[in-house]
Ligand binder design. Structure first.
Ligand code: NAD
Length: 471
């Protein structure tokens, strides 16, 4: 197995001979590398080739495909440092903490899990009248359109089940993080047969062309709710199946029986993982009056002691925003909170002249429940902490938005926590943690956060064609 010693070697393998799009490091503004700019013609060719390869890939059978997926995971592990360095430089996330090395590790874990998840035919009935069996077969070519926040891991989430079920895949990475995905696919393709997995690194136009392309039997989309709606509309003519992993605005509800010091670390990482640029991060926190000041103080302590800086400098665990547009969203929302009279406990006030898109870790207390920082997805390192006196009202507030990806309840009393959890409108509700995912456990949103499930048996079924044999 080839093993690349660093990101430069990986870049040599994926950069075009000349030209292409410059990709800049969001922490320093320096050039990371050049990404090819694929066109709609490149997309068409990739789909044709993926289509031609699909029968052969499916024909290998589950055991052989699973074996190759384990080998692909081995290849990722053998090249983990090069992949992590490239990811850190392009996305901005630090090598350390739950960031770049963690993300690369998760890619291998998710490939292995999809390879090993059993999906047996289901006997629906078997009696004197006959037998009905439900089987799952490959769909054909799957299109995978991804975002820039966890570019490698989300690509693997989209492709692992698809490959396992015998589909071939065309991936379109975000225009902000093409190199990470090109690097990942390059490593996986050292193992997979030719044409099973393609990457088309284009802009939004190429994404839009994917959603109208008749060659896709399924589109896996992870990104904003606004783009998800466009894909649903424009794909209607061809009727591909869709999995929509869209935006969120996860609420965390703290109950009055917790020890603020004891939960502060987990609360912090629930909100600030990947510097807040995480779909299922806690984006608004509801805290009861009785312990409000103690929770805010405990969180501020953790935040003040969590280093932010350039990702490839060891020791940092928070990084910059990945792009200027996202920096501007966070800046606007924090400003509007401050102008409304909310209390900036920590952070705010970024250094606009410093290199990179660093926004300081920010906690905003005593904020109105309808402030834009509460009701819009900030997708960055600024957490609004809303005071409540009536738990019923906090539950109502948590449920009132048009999104429902994750949520969490924090309590020392499991029964109380379960009762509140059962009333929250979200795809996942965590108790005493927020945002942890597991390849055995289905993940997906409700309401404006989308539909369809990834991971586990449900994830395999979502990229398969159910076929009933009856008689
Ligand atoms: P985005 O919607 O702007 O872009 C996502 C992808 O869609 C990109 O590859 C882009 O090129 C492509 N695209 C743009 N226009 C398109 C079109 N008309 N047709 C097809 N594709 C098109 O999202 P983003 O800013 O990259 O990601 C951030 C958002 O993603 C946040 O809202 C976040 O909550 C969400 N997200 C959700 C999940 C989840 O699992 N639910 C995970 C990560 C991120």
């Amino acid at each position: 197995m080839t093993s690349l010693s660093n990101a430069s070697e990986l870049l040599d393998a994926i950069q075009p001979a000349d030209g292409g799009q410059n990709v800049l490091d969001p922490a320093t503004g320096e050039l990371v590398g050049r990404a090819p700019v694929h066109t709609v013609e490149d997309l068409n060719e990739a789909v044709d080739r993926a289509k031609a390869a699909q029968r052969g890939w499916e024909g290998l059978g589950h055991a052989k495909r699973s074996e190759l997926m384990h080998q692909a995971a081995d290849a990722i592990e053998a090249n983990a440092e090069a992949l992590a360095e490239l990811l850190s430089r392009e996305q901005g996330k630090p090598l350390d903490g739950p960031n770049a090395r963690f993300e690369v590790g998760a890619c291998a874990v998710w490939l292995r899990a999809a390879a090993d998840t059993p999906l047996e035919p289901e006997t629906l009935f078997d009696d004197e009248s006959g037998t009905a069996t439900l089987t799952y077969r490959a769909l054909g070519v799957v299109g995978a359109i991804g975002p820039w926040n966890w570019p490698m891991m989300i690509t693997v989430w989209q492709i692992a089940g698809s490959l396992r079920m015998g589909n071939t895949v065309v991936v379109k990475p975000s225009e902000y993080t093409p190199l990470s995905v090109l690097g990942l696919v390059h490593v996986i393709n050292t193992v997979l047969p030719e044409d099973v997995l393609h990457v088309v690194a284009g802009d939004r136009e190429v994404g839009a062309a994917m959603s109208t392309h008749p060659g896709f039997a399924k589109i896996m989309f992870t990104g904003s709710t606004a783009t998800g709606k466009k894909i649903i509309e424009s794909s209607a003519g061809n009727l591909p199946r869709l999995t929509m992993e869209l935006g969120g605005n996860d609420a965390g509800i703290v109950l009055d029986d917790v020890d603020p010091q004891a939960i502060a670390g987990d609360l912090f990482w629930g909100a600030f993982i990947n510097t807040g640029q995480t779909c299922a991060a806690m984006k608004r926190l509801y805290v009861p009056d009785a312990i409000y000041d103690d929770v805010v103080e405990a969180l501020a302590d953790v935040a003040a002691n969590t280093p932010m800086g350039v990702g490839v400098d060891e020791g940092n665990v928070l990084g910059p925003l990945q792009n200027k547009a996202q920096f501007d969203v966070v800046d606007r929302l924090v400003k509007s909170a401050a102008e409304s009279g909310a209390r900036i406990v920590l952070g705010g006030n970024p250094d606009y002249d410093a290199p990179g898109y660093f926004y300081p870790t920010t906690l905003v207390a005593d904020i109105d429940k309808d402030n834009p920082l509460v009701v819009e997805e900030q997708f960055g390192p600024a957490l609004p902490i809303i005071r409540y006196t009536d738990l019923e009202e906090a539950i109502e507030e948590a449920n009132k938005l048009e999104v429902g990806l994750g949520s969490s309840v924090w309590s020392a009393d499991r029964e109380r926590a379960l009762d509140v959890a059962s009333r929250l409108e979200a795809g996942t509700t965590w108790i005493n943690s927020h945002g942890g995912v597991d390849p055995r456990v289905p993940f997906g949103g409700v309401k404006g956060s989308g539909y369809g499930l990834e991971f586990g048996v449900d994830g395999l079924k979502a990229v398969a064609r159910p076929h009933v044999i009856n008689g």
